[in-house]
Design a protein around this ligand. Sequence first.
Ligand SMILES: C[S@@+](CC[C@H](N)C(=O)[O-])C[C@H]1O[C@@H](n2cnc3c(N)ncnc32)[C@H](O)[C@@H]1O
Length: 371
Amino acid sequence: MNPIDNQQFVPTLSISRYPKQRHDSLKGWNGADTLLVEHVIQHINPSQTVAIFNDEFGALSCALDDYQQVWYSDSYLAHQGVQSNRADNHLSPITTYSTMAVQQDCDVWLIKIPKSLSHLEHQLATISEQAHKDQPIILSAMVKYLNKGTFKLIERYLGPLSTSLAKYKARLIFTQLSKTPTPSPYPRSWQALPYPWQLSDHANVFCLGKLDIGTRFLLEHMPEGEFKQIIDLGCGNGLLSLAALDRWPQAHITCCDESLMATESTRTNLKRNFPEQPPRYQVLADHCLSQQPNECADLILCNPPFHQQQTISTAIARQMFTDAKRCLTPQGQLCVIANRHLPYWPMLKKSFQTVKILASNAKFVILIATK
Ligand SMILES: C[S@@+](CC[C@H](N)C(=O)[O-])C[C@H]1O[C@@H](n2cnc3c(N)ncnc32)[C@H](O)[C@@H]1O
């Protein structure tokens, strides 16, 4: 194995973000990947099986190809990204797993600390139930993302920890299981008052256990019309789909999200609140609407994300709008709820014929775009 260079990651590897963007200057790895790979190569024997959590684009999987791997992520894009980067580096595909299905069969646990503390908590809890007491558990993060809450969670679920010196603006955290195994407190059940829906949220859903104020504003100002084929793009826990099923009893709803925990939560929530058979909805993991045919929807509801993993970016929203235009019927409407400061109006204006304001308040604006 060549020495590790954080500017180039492992010099023999080419790692891109996924999906690949033209003119993308952002790297597909960061110092937390480099530091973790450096440590594993120096201290862990390649005969060991490593469990890898939250490898954003497959950098860890590619760099640790000498090890047997059990690879977990909640992100559909990460599942695609790891296979794409492995293929680009002439490595064979691997089996990938959801972080909702953690198993026992590894010797060492490697966790790139995820963005959401509740997602980390879920992973620590499931690891506490699966790990053996003598197995090394190594977590890695950029220093700017580490805080007291992270350390407290690790100590609460696993036991005492120690840290590495900071290098590449990252730090490693070392621990082993010494605490009594604790089951994950997720999914969490709650009611989205003032609405009657009972919800169950997995650990990595947007605005877990709470009604986001932007979502609430859209629920109060749903578009007018007789819609038959509706898409909930970036469905989260399915709140907008629940409102759509309620408001348009003749409509069929397609719910898409790139988080596997979001799609699983949506499936549970729609089934619980609308148990009718056959169901008037389908739920799938996708990157935007890549699996949907042209002109299949007369209404698309969208509360877009403004970051991918830990990176703030409008790239996903842009792709959502491009896909929405392709998937809308000629008279169809794209309904976008957004924070006022986000540049969605000019982005929509570029590709849609009309963009109108349906409602606005001091913080949010709801835009209706038609092609
Ligand atoms: C702001 S949240 C909105 C959630 C929900 N619709 C609501 O209003 O409460 C944005 C959602 O987009 C999802 N998302 C992020 N990137 C995506 C992508 N590339 N394709 C599909 N969904 C994505 C996130 O997982 C998240 O659930």
